[in-house]
Structures are given as structure tokens and as C-alpha cells.
Design a protein around this ligand. Sequence first.
Ligand SMILES: [Zn+2]
Length: 215
Amino acid sequence: MKLAKEFVASLRWVNKRFDPFFDACYCKNCYPSELPSVIEAGNAEYVIPRGWVRIGLHVDPVTEEHYAIWDKWIVTFHGTTIVAAHSILTNRQFCLPGDTLIDGTVLGIRPGHIPNKKHIYTSPTIAYSSLPVYSPKTQFHSLRTKRTYEVQIVLQCRQKPRSFTIQGETVGAKTKRICQFASNEKVEYFTEIRASLVAYGLLVRFHKVSDDYDS
Ligand SMILES: [Zn+2]
């Protein structure tokens, strides 16, 4: 959690964007193997993001109450870049391809998805959302641990039921199973409705690259 907090602080996003109420750690110690890997929310199952740390995000209380998102909406994951996540949270709505992000770049359509179709992609499993095509790795150097990491981010969301289409993987995995819990045939959701998604957690995962004294 400390490393995730340090990384998130390094992004220099405004403090009010975060809500520690939704902080959670899914490392081996904090979320041991005997705890369930698949959980139900809003009448749908999702896979616990083991190995990730969740930094809680501020959720608009009106949205929360109006849609009863904690009771009725399902849990999904949205793999994305740091700049796209920052744009989503700053604009308070999900981005569709063609949108200009806060750094001035335009959100593109990933190869493998239908050209000209503007969709937001989510998944009930982070094993899919964290594939590098969705959630690219960036480098982070921790002043605390004096180590360099590759870091990935994924947004944990509540998503409105029946507002999206379910399809199979589009990353060319074919018979190679991506997640041991969710089948490849139902691993990708897509929607055009920005307001059907609310992010409440910024999930972060680190891979150690080097120690200072390595280089
Ligand atoms: Zn932990």
C-alpha cells in the first residue's frame, strides 16, 4: 500500500480525487488464498484482483444514490493508460475513442477492435483488463525503496447491468485461457454509454525491474 500511495502521489493528481474508504490491498498477506477469488455484485460475478493494490477514488454521492450503484451495479475493470485514467476522472466520465485527452492526445481504437466503432471496453476479470494492450507498463522509481518498477493501472468500476454487450476476447488468445475463472468467450464487455460506468478504485500493480545498485 505504501508503494502504491507513493506512486499515486507522484502523479500529482488533486487530493480530493481520492477516497481512502475504498483503499484495499489484494496481496497474499492482506487477501490470503483461502478467501474467495470470485465475488458477486449486482447479480454478476467478478474476479478478485489478486496481487493489486486499490487506491480509492472519490465517487459522486448523487450518482451513488441515484443509481444505487453499490446494490444494483456490477463490478468490472477497465485497463487504461495513466493519461486516459486522469482524463476520465477529471472529466467525470469515461472516454470514447476520438475524445481528446487532457494532454491533448486523441484516444485511439486498439488494433483488434472494430475500426470506427467507438466503444468503452471493460471486463469482469483484471487478468484481461491488465493485458499490456489495455494497460501499458510505465516505469516508476521509488525514493522509498530505491527500486525501479514497471507499474500498471486499471480502474475498478461499477457498471450498469444490461447496458453493455458481452463478447469473447479480442487479443488473439484463441484457446489459451486468459483467466482461470472467467471464460475467454465472455471476457470482454463493450458499451457506448459513458454514464454507465463509475470508477471507484485505481488499481496498481508493480513489477520490480531493478535496484539502484544494479545499474
Ligand atoms: Zn497487502
